[in-house]
Design a protein. Structure first.
Length: 548
C-alpha cells in the first residue's frame, strides 16, 4: 500500500494525478512508479482510458482511497462511452477495472470515429496560472484532452500542445510543468479560421457529455433518437425519410468554418448514416456536430398531403360508357378491368348492377361466402367429430389449431364444455425424510474426507472428491438447503488450496529423501506438481524455512 498519493484536483485527469505522484515521489524510473501504483511494470500509461484501476484502488492510502468506478470517472471514459449501447459500456468499464484491456479503443469505436484523441497533451495558459496560484502547480485537465476540443471551455482561449520529452515511452507519466507547458507565441492557424464562438460551443457541449454521458439500451434506440430529432428539425419526413437536399444545406451552413479542422465536416454521408439504421456506434464528437447541424436547420413543419376526393363510380356516366365498351370488346374479365382501370371485382359488381353481360361470370353465379351461422355450425361439427377420436385436450389443440383458435375467440364457454376432461396427474409420492437423511450422512462425510487425506500421492479434499468417495457424485450441492448438517460438515472438511499444496510439498520432500535424493527446492517443486508462481508461504516451505 502506498503511504502517499496526491489528492484529486478540480477537473483533473487521472493520468495527471498519476504523473504528479511520479513527480512528487522523485522517482527516477517509470517502471518503479508502475510497480508502486499497479504492482505490474507492464502497465501502459494511457491519457484517455487508464486501465488496471482495481489494482490502483487497492494500493491507494486510506485517506484518499477511491473506488474503481470513481477512478473511471476521472478518465475520458464518459465521453467515449456516450451514445454507446449499455452492453458495450459495461464491458469496457469492466476492462478498465479488471482487464483485459486489449482492443479497448476499438470496442468503443474510437478508432472509427470522426477524430482520434489528440496526439499530445494540451493545456490552457489561463488555467495553468490559476492552478499555480491556488494549488501550487499546474495539472492536466480532462476537458482539455477531449477529441475535437481546441479551446478552453472556461476561458475561451486556445489550447496549446504540450512539449513532451524526447525520450518518452508508453510507460511514462509526464506531469504538467514549466518544461512541458511552454507559452506559445501565436494562435494556431485552425484557431484563426474557425473562430471562437463555434469552437467554444463545441467545447461546452463536449464537457456536458463528459460529465453527464447519454446512455442507450442498444443501437436501435440510438437510431430512433437521431431519426426523431431529424424529423423535429424538418430534415426528415414523418416516415423518417431523410431530406438530403435540406440536410446538405444545413450541414454547409453549420460546418463550413470547421472543414479545415475536421475534413469529414465537408461530407454528409455520416450525417445521413446517423439518421438511418445504426449498425455501429458514432463518436460523441459526431453527435456534437450533428446537434450543430440540427440547430442551423430552418424550421420546416411537416406538410400533410391534400386528401384525394372519393370516386363514386355509380354516379359517373363516363364509367358506365367505358364498362359497356369493354364488355363488348374485351376477351375476358381481367382485360376489361385493365381497359377500364378498375379492379376485376369492381367490373363484376357494376356489371351486375347495370345488367351488362360480358365474357365473365356474373355475380349471381359466383358462390357466395358462407354466412357466419354456417361457419359456426361447421366449426362446431368438426370439433365434435374430432373429440370422438379420443384425443386429449392438448392433442386436439395441436391437430385442429385453426378450429380451436376460432372457437376460443368466439365461443370460449362452448369450447370449455365440449372439450375432453383434464387428465389426472399421478398422485405425489411420499415426502423424503430430509432431517433423518441429514443426520445419517453427516458422519460419513468426515470419514470420506479422512480417507482422501490418507491417499498417496496426496489428493485434495473437495466436495466433488467427497461425493465420489461416497458414490454420490453431484448429489450434495443441489440439496444443501435441505441438509444443513451436511453443509456445515462439507464446509469444515473442504481443504483450502494452500493447505493442500503444503501437504504436497511435505510429501515430495519425504519421498525424495526416502529414495536418497538431496531434496533441493526445484526438485520438490517439480515433484509436487505446483504452478510456476506460488505464494510466499509455499516458497518458504520449498526452501525448508518453515515446517509445512
Amino acid at each position: 500500500m502506498l503511504t502517499y498519493f496526491p489528492a484529486q484536483l478540480p477537473d483533473e485527469l487521472l493520468y495527471s494525478r498519476l504523473a504528479r505522484y511520479h513527480r512528487h515521489s522523485c522517482s527516477v524510473s517509470a517502471k518503479q512508479t508502475l510497480d508502486d501504483l499497479f504492482g505490474d511494470r507492464s502497465v501502459r500509461a494511457s491519457v484517455d482510458l487508464q486501465c488496471h484501476l482495481r489494482a490502483l484502488s487497492r494500493r491507494m492510502p486510506p485517506t484518499v482511497r477511491e473506488y474503481p468506478h470513481a477512478l473511471v470517472r476521472a478518465t475520458l471514459f464518459g465521453f467515449h462511452a456516450a451514445y454507446q449501447p449499455k452492453a458495450i459500456v459495461d464491458a469496457a468499464r469492466r476492462a478498465m477495472i479488471d482487464g483485459p484491456a486489449a482492443g479497448l479503443h476499438a470496442r468503443l469505436g474510437i478508432a472509427a470515429g470522426l477524430r482520434l484523441p489528440p496526439a499530445r497533451l494540451r493545456w490552457c495558459p489561463d488555467c495553468a496560472d490559476e492552478a499555480r496560484a491556488r494549488h501550487g502547480e499546474a495539472y492536466w485537465h480532462r476537458s482539455h484532452q477531449l477529441p475535437g476540443v481546441l479551446v478552453c471551455p472556461d476561458h475561451g482561449s486556445a489550447l496549446v500542445a504540450a512539449r513532451m520529452p524526447e525520450k518518452h515511452s508508453q510507460h511514462d507519466f509526464v506531469a504538467a510543468s514549466r518544461e512541458t507547458c511552454v507559452q506559445p507565441t501565436d494562435n494556431p492557424a485552425e484557431w484563426r479560421e474557425a473562430g471562437t464562438d463555434l469552437l467554444g460551443e463545441i467545447a461546452r457541449k463536449a464537457v456536458r457529455i463528459l460529465d453527464r454521458p447519454v446512455r442507450f439500451a442498444d443501437f436501435a434506440a440510438i437510431g430512433l433518437h437521431c431519426r426523431s430529432r431529424l424529423i423535429e428539425a424538418g430534415l426528415a419526413g414523418p416516415s423518417g425519410r431523410i431530406r438530403i437536399d435540406r440536410l446538405t444545406e444545413a450541414a454547409g451552413n453549420a460546418l463550413l468554418p470547421l472543414q479545415p479542422i475536421y475534413p469529414a465536416a465537408g461530407r454528409t454521408d455520416w450525417l445521413v448514416a446517423m439518421g438511418r439504421k445504426h449498425r455501429h456506434a458514432f463518436s460523441a464528437l459526431q453527435h456534437i456536430l450533428f446537434d450543430l447541424v440540427l440547430e442551423a436547420a430552418p424550421p420546416d413543419p411537416p406538410r400533410r398531403k391534400a386528401a384525394k376526393p372519393r370516386r363514386f363510380l355509380a354516379d359517373d356516366p363516363a364509367f358506365e360508357r367505358r364498362l359497356r365498351v369493354a364488355a363488348a370488346s374485351a376477351k375476358g374479365l381481367r382485360a376489361a378491368a385493365r381497359a377500364v382501370g378498375v379492379d376485376p371485382r369492381t367490373i363484376q359488381r357494376h356489371a351486375a348492377r347495370l345488367g351488362i353481360d360480358g365474357p365473365w361470370k356474373n355475380m349471381e353465379t359466383v358462390a357466395p361466402a358462407k354466412p357466419p351461422d354456417d361457419l359456426e355450425t361447421d366449426t362446431k361439427r368438426r370439433w365434435q367429430e374430432a373429440m370422438e377420436s379420443g384425443l386429449s385436450r392438448k392433442a386436439l389443440k395441436c391437430k385442429f389449431s385453426a378450429d380451436w383458435t376460432w372457437l376460443n375467440r368466439h365461443h370460449p364457454e362452448w369450447l370449455k364444455e365440449n372439450s375432453p376432461e383434464f387428465a389426472l396427474r399421478c398422485a405425489p409420492g411420499p415426502r423424503k425424510d430430509w432431517a433423518g437423511m441429514d443426520s445419517a450422512l453427516a458422519p460419513s462425510i468426515g470419514a470420506a474426507a479422512e480417507t482422501i487425506r490418507l491417499r498417496t500421492p496426496p489428493a485434495r479434499v473437495t466436495i466433488a472428491a467427497i461425493e465420489r468417495e461416497l458414490g454420490r457424485e453431484g448429489w450434495f450441492l443441489p440439496r444443501l438447503k435441505m441438509l444443513p448438517l451436511c453443509k456445515r460438515q462439507l464446509a469444515s472438511e473442504k481443504e483450502p488450496l494452500e493447505t493442500f499444496r503444503l501437504r504436497r510439498v511435505k510429501w515430495a520432500r519425504e519421498t525424495l529423501l526416502s529414495h536418497g535424493h538431496s531434496a533441493r527446492p526445484w526438485q520438490i517443486h517439480r515433484l509436487s506438481g505446483l504452478p510456476q508462481r506460488v505464494s510466499r508461504k509455499i516458497s518458504e516451505a520449498l526452501r525448508g524455512d518453515t515446517a509445512p
